[in-house]
Design a protein around this ligand. Structure first.
Ligand code: SF4
Length: 348
């Protein structure tokens, strides 16, 4: 088989394909004429998770919670402050430049903005074929063939390769972005809010395309979104992030059926129901997301939490296992369900 052929990588091992351990990314805040570091913005603060081969993990949270920074640290587009990112058991963060170039083929990214992420001066063929050129894959004829094949795979006409990005709609541009990510036959794709900038009807098409490609090529996705309704259908598991930390991780169905963290519950209550007659108790979170430069003491969520107790103000909750791969960081997770029904009864 040609090195350029689109192929499904066989499931190899029981080990996760990607292991992220205690990942941290702190941005220094400088002040004065000597640019002294006066504080750190803790964008990502001790994130750990595994990704199994062929799995989709949805990473969800409000804007500024650190989910995109997590994705970029995993791809080493940003240098993490601390932590480990292991791909097939090898720590990506300790690799040399040449090792990293080799492994970059296995990791690709789909960007949020299909308008800004494609170079307007390059033809679609050159955009999609750029990765092949960088990794010195195939000769010119093979690369051209591969670009045409990729355009077909993402549902576009292969004759579009000579056109420029401005000649396409948002959905078509995102398909071009997906084709570019697929060009080097990756195993893990970080999809950074890939459908946020698209109309709802187009969002569904792009999600369906990504699912089809996953089945066909055995891809593994870290699917970043700020909206739980978007990740619901595409994710096997969902990780909820708040102020640089994971607060709940669970299988998709379990999380939507019975959220154990009050923040997840609030995010879920904001997901629209397609039935206009259905009544819904929406939980409106008070206040803004606190600054990651100066996070609250104890549980970072306590100033906005319905269920906060005295302990929450001073003691930071650990992420604990609830069984069945469900993890939650909340002192009162056992009472949340009980309290929730009381609050909802009181408000009705
Ligand atoms: Fe709310 Fe306390 Fe749980 Fe934090 S630990 S989410 S403040 S109940």
């Amino acid at each position: 088989m040609s090195e350029l052929a689109l192929e499904k990588k066989p499931p190899t091992d029981v080990e996760p394909i990607l292991q992220v351990r205690d990942l941290k990314k702190y941005f220094p805040k400088r002040k004065g004429i000597f640019s002294r570091v006066v504080a750190h913005v803790k964008a990502v603060d001790g994130v750990s998770f595994d990704l199994a081969k062929g799995e989709t993990l949805g990473l969800v949270g409000e804007s500024g919670c650190g989910k995109s920074t997590t994705g970029r640290c995993i791809l080493r587009l940003l240098k993490p402050t601390a932590g480990e990112v292991k791909f097939r058991g090898k720590n990506v963060l300790e690799m040399s430049r040449s090792e990293l170039l080799g492994i970059r083929r296995s990791f690709q990214i789909i960007f949020q903005d299909p308008f800004a992420s494609l170079n307007p001066r390059m033809t679609v063929g050159n955009i999609i074929g750029e990765g092949l050129l960088i990794h010195r894959l195939g000769n010119r004829k093979e690369r051209d063939e591969r670009v045409k094949e990729l355009l077909n795979v993402v549902g576009l006409d292969s004759r579009f390769s000579k056109r420029y990005p401005h000649e396409f709609s948002g959905g078509q541009r995102q398909r071009i972005g997906i084709a570019r990510a697929l060009s080097v036959n990756p195993e893990v794709i970080v999809a950074d809010e890939p459908v946020s900038a698209l109309d709802v009807s187009i969002q569904a098409q792009v999600c369906n395309l990504m699912q089809d490609l996953q089945e066909r090529l055995g891809l593994t996705y870290l699917f970043i979104a700020h909206d739980l309704s978007v990740v619901r259908h595409i994710s096997d598991r969902v990780a909820v992030m708040y102020l640089g930390k994971l607060v709940e991780v669970a299988e998709s169905r379990a999380l939507y059926r019975e959220p154990s963290h009050p923040y997840t519950e609030a995010l879920l209550s904001a997901v629209p129901i397609p039935d206009p007659r259905a009544k819904k108790n929406r939980i409106i979170l008070q206040g803004d997301v606190p600054s990651p430069q100066n996070p609250p003491s104890g549980c970072y969520f306590h100033p906005r939490c319905y269920y906060a107790t005295e302990e929450c103000k001073f003691v930071e909750p650990e992420l604990v296992e609830l069984g069945g791969s469900h993890q939650v960081a909340c002192h009162n997770y056992e009472e949340v369900g009980e309290l929730r029904s009381k609050i909802l009864q009181g408000s009705s």
